[in-house]
Design a protein around this ligand. Sequence first.
Ligand code: ACO
Length: 428
Amino acid sequence: MSRIATIEIDGKKYEFPVIEGTENELAIDIKTLRAVTGGVTTIDPGYKNTGSCESAITFLNGEEGILRYRGYSIEELAEKADFLEVAYLLIFGELPTKEELEKFHSDIKSHAIVDEDIKKILDGFPKAAHPMGVLSSLTSALVAFNPTSVNVDSEEEMYNAIVRILGKFPVLTAWAYRKQAGLPLDYGDNSLGYVENFMKMMFKKPTEEYKCNPVVVDSLDKLLILHADHEQNCSTSTVRIVGSSNAGLFVSLSAGINALWGPLHGGANQAVIEMLEAIKEDGGDTKKYMSKAKDKSDPFRLMGFGHRVYKNFDPRAKIIKVSADKVLHELGVEDPILDIAKGLEKEALEDTYFVDRKLYPNVDFYSGIIYRALGIPTDMFTPMFALGRLPGWIAQWREMRLRKEPIGRPRQVYIGETYRSFKKVEDR
Ligand code: ACO
């Protein structure tokens, strides 16, 4: 049965089809709204009610706390798959066979070096530069070294661009850190797994052998899987909208990195730790900060709490919390900040302000604690998020291009001055 939505404006009725997704989500298709009404538009700042596309990549139900990539639950993927398998699944739609996975990894490895001249660009950044700025700049710079734009009608060209960026991005991420840490720039070791290799590229000291702890690798692998996609969030929408002008993959990704940087999005993982540290410095009084978070005249918000879509526990937060406990135990780390985090979580979950507004811990509430335990500095947390989100951005960009979506160009409702005539400066 086809459904119809009727909009009545000034007594005139207009009908629009209601489409249904595979998970029974309904959406009013208003593609013809302006044409049939003579220019009436919709307004929805922050796109809280607006679907920008149809997508077959990620399903999430914020009310029930469900997250699935290509139909597979995040819990099952985090437990049974590794990050590269998940990357392949997100990008190409199906889990890879053993042969496909091996080829994928081997193709990625064959691109795991970047042009030596990239080092000169990195050299120009001050040591104190935020690594997100460095990462987005270097990702853009890659275009200069790989100037041919991808012919999206060629699956082969698309595949090559994808494995190229999946190979080079961990190198750039590790270099952004090594520059800051004053360590020599190094390449990885292609005999290692993707995540293990990344850890080595980050932390290997020139004077000693680097040994990876499997518990740490497993935990980082999980973190990357949990961050790999989250449908049409701020950075992903940015990647799609930049790509919709037919801009190339790498520059679209660079734009996504910048969008991710903000503290209301990926930057929240850094903001959480900074908040927890501030609470610790201030004597550890969680109640004081709970009151500040609830005080409407105080701009302070409990970072790592609340989510635009989840009005229930963020399923990723549950998995990360368990992983954080495991890693801290394995590494023998006792972090007073974890106690503050647990205290805040307990208080918030029992507080009517948070309960009424359905504000639960989100993915970033515990991820920073793991990164900290691994020795990753606070301002590298968001680049770590970017590394995890990379396959999702690529998958969404690819989908948008394959579906030949039109250029993204929202409308507005103008509320400025109406026509007025110009006065010369001496007459004003
Ligand atoms: N602390 C205190 N109050 C909060 C918080 C918070 N963290 N989050 C939301 N609220 C309150 C708001 O003040 C508002 O209250 P009101 O209804 O009395 O005015 C209500 O809850 C709804 O909040 P909105 O800002 O309208 O919710 P929105 O969906 O626009 O924002 C967001 C979601 C940005 C994530 C918000 O919850 C927030 O700022 N959280 C802290 C930052 C954070 O952790 N971001 C990471 C998100 S996850 C990610 O991007 C990977």
